[in-house]
Design a protein around this ligand. Structure first.
Ligand code: TYM
Length: 330
């Protein structure tokens, strides 16, 4: 049976290698076997008060990046969250069954309170209600989630169960997490630290031009080099090998591992090789992005068709919810 899959995409921050190897490559495969809804979460973006002059351009750029990476409007429903007003109405209804205490205990909320104490708005608190609605309004059975979204999916299941219990219905399935198996990879940063991430400021972006990309890789943190044959890898060098194993041919990785083991490795060459192999992965995508971002007509068509399909599915669920809660027309 085909699953209904919903994935929301933040409209802030460009896609980087961490996104690509963490989930995006799998999204492209996921849409072959499932009925996927991919949307850009521009309402969620409001919780941090983005600049109105930037909002639309951010959405457009992220849309073009996802299309360039292979999300296919022929296979999936690709839409903008704010183009589906049914979501906002159901969010209001859902909030009547969501308790402030459970929202206050959410890790992402506590994190935001720490990071933006001057802007702890109600939208931030109810971020999980809106996310639950994104999922439940299409009666999704699967949601791809990275570690940081697991708690939100758990809340979604709780809200679905609660709604079903309160009204004695079986309206919402409890969505499971979409498991990519071993294929979801944690990409390390090139600054010798943990993962690659926007907040870490160490990202190689998929739309980086050749020159800045090469420069970033050449600046990657290394060490003083192996002092004796077969010495263990330091963290920064292990990180570089992890990135290399994602983008380079296995023989190339072996060649550099052997050079490390016999102390003949030259980090300059090592990094050059990594940069060129990253570019092999990102260049076709960047070229498609540059085409798509100029093609307003195409993007308009994609989101128009996406919104129509998403609204049809959302309106059906909303009508059921309204009926269950007791609304009737005169
Ligand atoms: P975000 O921007 O962190 O990630 C975008 C989407 O990719 C999924 N994802 C992953 N899935 C599997 N393995 C991974 N390693 C991995 N990394 C990221 C995310 O779970 C997400 O589906 N709050 C959400 C945006 C959102 C949303 C939704 C997601 C709003 N409404 C409804 C799913 C369903 C977020 O910040 O995702």
């Amino acid at each position: 049976m085909r699953d209904i899959v919903v994935s929301g995409i933040r409209s802030t921050g460009n896609l980087h290698l961490g996104n690509y190897y963490g989930a995006l490559r799998n999204f492209v495969k996921m849409q072959e076997e499932n009925d996927c809804f991919f949307f850009i979460a521009d309402l969620h973006a409001l919780t941090t008060h983005p600049d109105p002059a930037q909002l639309h351009d951010n959405v457009k750029s992220i849309l073009a990046q996802y299309l360039a990476a292979g999300l296919d409007p022929e296979k999936s429903t690709i839409f903008i969250q704010s183009d589906v007003p049914e979501i906002s109405e159901m969010y209001l209804l859902m909030n009547m069954h969501v308790y402030i205490g459970e929202l206050e205990r959410t890790a992402s909320f506590k994190d935001k309170v720490r990071k933006q104490p001057e802007n702890v708005n109600a939208g931030l608190l109810t971020y999980p209600s809106l996310m639950a609605v994104d999922i439940l309004i299409h009666k999704a059975t699967k949601v791809p989630v990275g570690k940081d979204q697991e708690q939100h999916l758990e809340l979604t299941r709780r809200f679905a169960r609660r709604f079903n219990n309160i009204y004695g219905v079986e309206l919402f399935p409890e969505p499971a997490s979409y498991n990519f198996g071993s294929e979801s990879i944690k990409v390390p940063g090139l600054d010798g630290s943990g993962k690659m991430g926007k907040s870490e400021g160490n990202c190689i972006y998929l739309i980086d031009e050749d020159k800045p990309l090469r420069k970033k890789v050449m600046k990657a943190v290394t060490d003083e080099g192996p002092k004796e044959p077969n010495s263990p890898l330091s963290q920064p060098i292990e990180n570089l090998f992890t990135v290399m194993s994602l983008v380079s041919e296995p023989e190339v990785v072996e060649q550099y591992k052997a050079a490390y083991a016999d102390c003949s490795i030259r980090y300059g060459d090592f990094k050059k090789q990594i940069a060129e192999d990253i570019l092999k992965v990102t260049t076709p995508m960047r070229e498609r992005y540059n085409e798509i971002i100029k093609d307003e007509e195409y993007m308009r068509k994609v989101v128009k068709i996406g919104a129509e399909k998403a609204r049809e599915s959302a309106a059906k669920t909303l009508a059921e919810v309204r009926k269950i809660m007791g609304f009737k027309s005169f």
